[in-house]
Design a binder for this molecule. Structure first.
Ligand SMILES: [Zn+2]
Length: 98
């Protein structure tokens, strides 16, 4: 006989404390290393299952490269900040979004 419909695991909006994931994939986001999220390419990551590749641009040298969504918050420029090369950046096929 169970009278408890809920196991007591209530979501109260306390999640996310101390994390800075929210918003990193939104175009225009700039992380602590001045790396800017330009756009979502829609391509799947080749190194992280389930991740989508985002186009990033360095605020220092202007380099553009691909990054996994989960990496954006701490991304460093592969050109001038010693960051890893990251994902291959591919432009979306013409007409894909049109
Ligand atoms: Zn750079």
């Amino acid at each position: 006989m169970e009278l408890k419909p809920y196991s007591g695991k209530a979501k109260r909006g306390a999640s996310g404390v101390g994390k800075t994931d929210a918003g990193t994939t939104a175009p225009g986001f700039v992380n602590q290393n001045r790396q800017k999220t330009v756009a979502r390419t829609g391509f799947r990551s080749g190194s992280f299952a389930g991740q989508i590749i985002y186009k990033m641009r360095c605020g220092d040298c202007g380099a553009e490269y691909g990054a996994n969504g989960c990496d954006i918050h701490a991304r460093r420029c592969p050109g001038c900040q010693g960051g890893v090369a990251g994902e291959t950046l591919r432009e979306a096929a013409p007409g894909l979004f049109g």
